[in-house]
Write a protein of this length. Structure first.
Length: 295
């Protein structure tokens, strides 16, 4: 099974390996900064655009197909999103990157774990997503730049890319950020999504409302984490929707969509309104057909 994460939302993930090959790192304290959801989502999209280019370079390097031309192409493509990210205050920019990392590796972890819960043997991707491939790429870049026998055109292309990203110091950034990774309540998030799917899909409106009330207590807990935490949870709702699509409607216990049109009574939608107001992507999870990213 191949997992494709959308470009719509985010930078930096590290796949926590399937079932417990590796313990999650301890969560670092989050930097306090005012949060605009619109600015955060735009910045996440720009960061992800950069990430996708860099990840593709690492894939090519592992396949022995990395060329100077492709590196220069990536350097050109990341220029515009870099301008946007550099307009952010440093603390805000770091939060964007750490938030994206959390969203992506936790989204991958949810797919892995929930596929296993559904009896599916998950096939891990060839290359982990997020800070890990960026750390590998940084090491390869250092090797290329210091190897006097390396193709001069390749070395020059790598130097151009490194300069575009901010200079030699940026090569240490992925390893540094790995030590600050946010790793809090990702299991709680998965339980929340499965619980709200089960509640929303119940046949009886009264049973649905009672089950949603229990999930509302979990939502209240997440709200205590502030705006960054709610951005993470909202994006993970989209990731879980993609996980259901990847697993397939015939293999998980929820419908496609989770809440079909014939059960969207006024009472049920009213009970769901506080969830949708707080986490807009829950509408995608519950109401939209389960369509995977085709890329």
């Amino acid at each position: 099974m191949t997992r494709h994460l959308p470009i719509t939302a985010l930078i930096g993930l590290a796949l926590l390996p399937c079932p417990a090959q590796q313990a999650a790192p301890a969560p670092a304290p989050q930097v306090t900064a005012p949060v605009s959801a619109d600015i955060a989502r735009t910045s996440l999209a720009e960061a992800m655009a950069i990430y996708q280019e860099l990840r593709e370079l690492q894939l090519l390097q592992q396949d022995g197909k990395l060329t100077a031309a492709r590196i220069l192409q990536a350097a050109e493509r990341i220029e515009a999103p870099l301008v946007t990210l550099r307009l952010l205050a440093p603390a805000y920019r770091e939060n964007i990157i750490l938030l994206a990392d959390a969203i992506l590796w936790q989204g991958q972890w949810m797919l892995c774990v929930y596929a296993g819960d559904c009896g599916i043997d998950y096939e891990a991707p060839f290359l982990d997503e997020g800070f890990e491939p960026l750390e590998l790429l940084s090491g390869d870049a250092e090797d290329i730049l210091t190897d006097k026998k390396e193709d001069p055109a390749l070395r020059q292309a790598v130097q151009t890319l490194v300069d575009k990203l901010g200079g030699a110091a940026v090569l240490q950034l992925p390893g540094h950020l790995l030590q600050k990774r946010w790793a809090k309540d990702y299991k709680t998030a998965l339980h929340f999504f499965t619980g709200i799917c089960a509640a929303a899909a119940m046949e009886n409106d009264q049973d649905c409302a009672a089950a949603l009330q229990q999930q509302y207590e979990t939502l209240r807990y997440f709200r205590q984490g502030g705006a960054w935490e709610l951005l993470r949870l909202d994006a993970l709702a989209e990731q879980f929707h993609l996980a259901l699509a990847e697993i397939g409607a015939g293999s998980h216990p929820f419908g496609d969509p989770v809440l079909p049109a014939n059960r969207r009574s006024a009472a049920r939608m009213q009970a769901l309104a506080p969830f949708f107001d707080t986490l807009p992507h829950l509408k995608t999870l519950l109401l939209k057909p389960q369509e995977n990213d085709p890329s």
